[in-house]
Design a protein around this ligand. Structure first.
Ligand code: PEP
Length: 258
């Protein structure tokens, strides 16, 4: 079926989670930027806070975006151990992951907190990559669409068009993250359609089709091409496979070529 909208630009972002010291991160970033030009997809690296300063000069002027994994909703103040959007911008970050399931489920981050972080990112000039996704229990109970709609509505209702245009969503089924169990291309495409339909309802007609929606959850060089063959998928948020340059770049090439 011909697609009813022009192909959205592709993005592959690496979420290093709590891995890589500054020195290790710099080494990995150097390996990535050396071969990044082989993919036509945009690339982003999201090291832990402690490696951002070491990775920044390596990605600067390469087109590879520097991203963080979290931010606090407030720009400054008495929030011990937290990092704000303006601090990330000052380090050269261009994007930030918001509402990753390891924070929603591991740290009890609520939909309202995720929405506040999304707004804080946008106010600071960072592109938020907002993660949404259902648990295995929710999928098995037939609640996937309702969970996705609730999470998308909580973050995006009423967001003005320029802020929508500066945002990215990552569909990350919780049961697929770090488990080696990848969603089938059809399961991912169905979820992306639900996300787009919800955006059209809560943020305005056309918002869904315009949004860059990534898939995340055990993406590997082996399954990337089949996933990216789905028109709905605009790229990937990659965890484990982003910790080695070869596997991250293979995924980026699959995204760029599909
Ligand atoms: C993630 O952390 O966002 C992720 C998708 O992890 P993995 O690729 O390891 O499943």
């Amino acid at each position: 079926m011909p697609r009813p909208w022009p192909r959205r630009p592709r993005l592959v972002a690496g979420n290093w989670k709590m891995n890589k010291t500054a020195e290790e991160g710099a080494r990995l970033a150097r390996e990535v930027v050396t071969a990044a030009g082989r993919s036509s997809a945009a690339l982003a690296l999201c090291p832990p806070f402690t490696a951002l300063a070491a990775v920044q000069p390596i990605v600067a002027s390469t087109g590879v975006l520097l991203g963080a994994q979290n931010l606090h909703p407030e720009p400054r103040g008495a929030f011990t151990g937290e990092i704000s959007g303006p601090m990330l911008v000052a380090l050269g970050c261009r994007c930030v992951i918001v509402g990753h399931s390891e924070r929603r489920h591991g740290m009890g981050e609520s939909d309202a907190q995720v929405a506040a972080k999304l707004r804080a990112a946008l106010q600071g000039g960072l592109m938020p990559i907002v993660c949404v996704g259902e648990t295995l229990r929710e999928r098995e109970a037939g609640e996937t669409d309702a969970v996705l709609a609730r999470q998308v509505e909580a973050s995006f209702t009423g967001l003005p068009p320029d802020e929508l245009a500066g945002s990215v969503i990552a569909y990350e089924p919780v049961w697929a993250i770090g488990t080696g169990k990848v969603a089938s291309p059809q399961q991912a495409a169905d979820a992306h359609l639900t996300i787009r339909a919800t955006l059209n309802r809560c943020a305005g007609a056309g918002a869904g089709e315009a949004m860059t929606v990534l898939y995340g959850g055990s993406v590997s060089p082996q399954n990337a091409a089949a996933l990216f063959a789905e028109e709905q998928l605009d790229g990937a948020l990659v965890g484990g496979a982003s910790l080695e340059a070869a596997s991250f770049l293979a995924i980026a090439e699959a995204a760029g070529g599909a």
